[in-house]
Design a protein around this ligand. Sequence first.
Ligand code: SF4
Length: 399
Amino acid sequence: MTEKADLQSVLDRAAEGGRITPEEALDLYRDAPLHALGAAADAVRRRRYAGTEHIATYIIERNINYTNVCVTACKFCAFYAPPKATDKGWTRDLDDILRRCAETVELGGTQIMFQGGHHPDYGVEYYEEHFAAIKAAYPQLVIHSLGASEVEHMARISKVSAEEAISRIHAAGLDSFAGAGAELLPARPRKAIAPLKESGERWLEIMEAAHRLGVESTSTMLMGTGETNAERIEHLRMIRDVQDRTGGFRAFIPYTYQPENNHLKGRTQATIFEYLRMIAIARLFMDNIAHIQGSWLTTGKEVGQLSLHYGADDLGSIMLEENVVSSAGAKHRSNRLEIIDLIRKAGRVPAQRATTYEHLVVHDDPANDPVDERVQSHISSTAIAGGTAHPELKLLASN
Ligand code: SF4
């Protein structure tokens, strides 16, 4: 363990942009004073974004959950239905999916996240057909979706290599991978919560292949299912090592496990302090990843605001629809005006961003804030029900 004086020198080195080892990161994560850790991370963020360091971003997107039928049965998941549970499983047809895309465009959304279970019948062809149809109808929508787990599954169903699966869905319209399925990459916690998923090494191998094939991605981490601090830092190390080789991870997004309606009931959620420490250590340790995203869907808006002072530069998305983490108990809701206000009250200038993080609209004058009457009226009056024909204007934020 690093002595106190040494801990300060490691923190100073990290704040100045020096690379720290996994062992040093673990010491800082465990023992550095919370505010000092946040201040060091914020210094790094300010330097990386010198000139625009006063800005914090958000994106408008929609999650499109195409099926909840899944053969992988992750223990933390409250969303899936096993194929035999025909009374619980559902799929959306292409018309329904296209209608959701139309609503996304209508409401100013720029991105969709196609997210669903590992359906036993959905191979590469399913995704090719759907992405091609979405792009043909709405070429302006960015398809930022799926991750290595879905690639592994669809490649197995279609009996092709992961590389072929990636190339084909990319050619059909996939723009970038959302990095879903990372959960926890080290073997012990991964096996404990997702025993049927591919290994963490395989997850990284597929993401590395995607980066080499020109498909960038974000990366994620699920905190609070019983993993150790050392395993959290090992997760970061595994991602940082790949990033050193590819540079293809645009962002890192930690989020906290939600304990309702799944098979891990009773496990401890990560505390807010652990979450903020993770945001800060990610900014300090992952010196090769540009964006660190604060996720308030699972931690709350005030924590989202705090994350902007602990190294995060982005607050993720105002989701026009989200059903996955909500199923597990995430209860925080917001809308565009609230996110703008929230960022402003955190002392930053809000900006709507593109998937690739360019600023689309900088809200530097409150007098010119967007007022979308349709969004406001639907928030207050539209009943939310999965699969209805109504715009699902449950405005949520997530990764
Ligand atoms: S997390 Fe994804 S892969 Fe795991 S059970 Fe849920 S839907 Fe299936």
